[in-house]
Design a protein around this ligand. Structure first.
Ligand code: FE2
Ligand code: FE2
Length: 154
């Protein structure tokens, strides 16, 4: 397999995760109920639309490199409650980030503009992972690092 074919293959894996995102986030948007609906409907709806845009953009790139963009989504994780939906979203974004990082590792097979474009996408997916790690409270702070509020008025 040429290095360009390997890049196309890896971009297609990234595309499959974006397609999975379109469907997974759409299901979460229509299924989120209770108080969480007020807070998270927009987030899931917009995340689905963003994944659709990313899927089309990576499809455009695959096509211009001479590859056939995939029509098969990667694994779609389903959940019925908000905590499960957010955990599923984090797992999805971690898989998507890994796919984009893998494409970046062989991006040299393309032109410099494509390398830069993939790099920007890695940064964007990392932001999604970071945001979902906070939403799912995966980030832990040492209580000793938090400065105690001083009571100046007392
Ligand atoms: Fe994406
Ligand atoms: Fe993402």
């Amino acid at each position: 397999m040429s290095s360009k074919e390997e890049l196309i293959k890896r971009l297609n894996t990234a595309m499959a995760w974006e397609l999975a995102g379109v469907i997974q986030y759409m299901q979460a948007a229509v299924m989120v109920t209770g108080h969480a609906r007020e807070t998270f409907y927009d987030f899931f709806h917009e995340s689905s639309e963003e994944a659709r845009d990313h899927a089309e953009l990576v499809g455009q790139k695959i096509a211009v490199l001479g590859g056939v963009p995939t029509v098969e989504p990667a694994t779609i994780r389903q959940a019925a409650d908000i905590d499960g939906m957010l955990e599923a979203a984090l797992e999805l974004e971690k898989d998507a980030l890994k796919a984009w990082e893998d494409a970046h590792a062989v991006a040299d097979a393309a032109n410099p503009g494509t390398v830069f474009w993939i790099e920007e996408h890695v940064a964007e997916e990392q932001e999604h992972v970071d945001h979902l790690r906070k939403l799912t409270q995966k980030v832990k702070f040492a209580s000793s690092d938090i400065k105690k509020a001083s009571n100046k008025s007392g």
